[in-house]
Design a protein around this ligand. Sequence first.
Ligand code: CTP
Ligand code: CA
Length: 228
Amino acid sequence: IEMVLTDKPLLGEHVLVTAGPTRERIDPVRYLTNDSTGTMGYALAQMAWRMGAQVTLISGPVDKPPLMGVERIFVTSAAEMYNAVMSHLPMSTIVIKAAAVADYRPEFESDKKLKKQDDALLHLTLAQNPDILKAIKERRNAACFVVGFAAETHNPDYYARKKLEEKGLDLLVLNDVLEPGAGFGTTTNRVSLYYPDGSVQQLPLAPKLDVARDILLAIAEQKKGKVI
Ligand code: CTP
Ligand code: CA
């Protein structure tokens, strides 16, 4: 991407980004996951560094090279992501939760491969994973700016507003995953930004690095005006 950043709008910020899917083990050869490839989260981490921030990227299992200037921590499950996020929260001034966290995990992980006649595989029982964003809401200091993502296939506006409110976010980035050129595994994205005052800003369809820059500029702008 050809881009000149004349100033560094995120200088002095400590940005924590989560990216990619999580993987929830069933047994040594099987797991539950989702279609996230981590591209949007990685673009945000890279761009945040270019904008002057110190960046920590907590990444689920994805096949991506390391990013220039970015400290990367790999995690596998939602529980591991939860722990990594919580341990970095005190140092962070901006948290961006682009990861697609698995909502459920198998209730029991088997250390032996389950056999097909096993009832455990036919009737997989699930347990709910902790909601990392909701936990952040309770544990963060007031100066920390928290950004959530919502990937929706229907009623996007309704769910975006609901998540912004329920998770106590400073900004919500809505991804309509069924829209052409947007969502999982694409090189471009088209998102809308939802603000706590009820306003919505639709960003144009663009390469994910450009979308990342627009999101980060919006965060920098919004954070300046945040009353704490
Ligand atoms: N999220 C999280 N921890 C979870 C689930 C989601 O931190 N266990 C975060 C995601 O990283 C994202 C935001 O919450 O920033 C919204 O995720 P999403 O899956 O869209 O929302 P859910 O609350 O899980 O609701 P649902 O899957 O039912 O739409
Ligand atoms: Ca979810």
